[in-house]
Design a binder for this molecule. Structure first.
Ligand SMILES: *[C@@H]1O[C@H](CO)[C@@H](O)[C@H](O)[C@H]1NC(C)=O
Length: 242
């Protein structure tokens, strides 16, 4: 009798509180180790990790409820007492980024759980607005398996123009800066008189990113086709080098 009552109470609580937690699984399909970084948006529940090591072929999962923030992956990391990474470093000196974001260029997954007016829609996108360092994808799973995956599969580094290129010690392009970062002009950053969607059209540089990864944001006012939604309740697979 009492157990039944408690069960009903628990169910009611779950229904009122809105949702079970979402599971994020990070999968590394790159032929090298990456170090995922996680940055929390302000005033939302805290993600269980701010950064960790993920060997090639490995995956790791975390559960969180009502979260919003961004994911990326650091590459070319070495640890001589301090962790330093050739791309997308968060400059924390360690696996945990502790509230620091990626130093651009970095390919990003942006995520908002329980968004929209009724708090029942998840929003997600891939952004190359801060440049590109590696291919990645976000794929809804479980209850969200009918929702669309968003990916940037192409290696933008191989089509990166010299003026945007970040080179590794071997002279190969390891990341590709946004035109805003590399050239710092209002028309590339959508600032000043270019600070509106109507006055900041795609540029020859943003088109390089858009042609390579049509589903990803290529500049600040990229069209709305880059945002994806899924009813809240889905789990998400984040794949590096899908
Ligand atoms: C893009 O356009 C600018 C200005 O017209 C030009 O200087 C630059 O070389 C172009 N870059 C590419 C990659 O087409």
């Amino acid at each position: 009798m009492e157990t039944k009552f408690l069960l009903i109470l628990l169910l009611a609580f779950i229904m009122i509180s809105g949702s079970f937690s979402a599971r994020f699984t990070f999968q590394n399909k790159c032929p090298y180790t990456v170090w995922p970084g996680i940055l929390n948006n302000p005033n939302v529940p805290t993600f269980p990790s701010t950064g960790f090591k993920l060997q090639n072929g490995a995956s790791q999962s975390f559960d969180v409820q009502g979260w919003a923030g961004r994911f990326w992956a650091r590459t070319g990391c070495t640890n001589n007492g301090r962790l330093t990474c050739a791309t997308a470093d968060c400059a924390s000196g360690q696996a945990a980024c502790n509230g620091a974001g990626a130093v651009p260029p970095a390919s990003l997954v942006e995520m908002t759980l329980n968004g929209g007016a009724n708090r029942n829609t998840d929003f997600y996108d891939i952004s190359l607005v801060d440049g590109f360092n590696l291919p990645l994808s976000v794929t809804p799973q479980g209850a969200g398996s009918g929702c669309k995956s968003s990916s940037c599969v192409a290696n933008v580094n191989s089509v990166c123009p010299a003026e945007l290129s970040v080179k590794g010690s071997d002279g190969k392009t390891i990341a590709c800066k946004s035109a805003c970062l590399a050239l710092n002009k209002p028309q590339y950053c959508c600032t000043g008189q270019f600070g509106k969607p109507e006055t900041c059209p795609p540029t020859n540089y943003s088109k390089i990113f858009k042609d390579a990864c049509p589903q990803a944001y290529s500049y600040a006012y990229d069209d709305r086709t880059s945002t994806f939604t899924c009813p809240t309740g889905a789990n998400y697979l984040i794949t590096f080098c899908p």
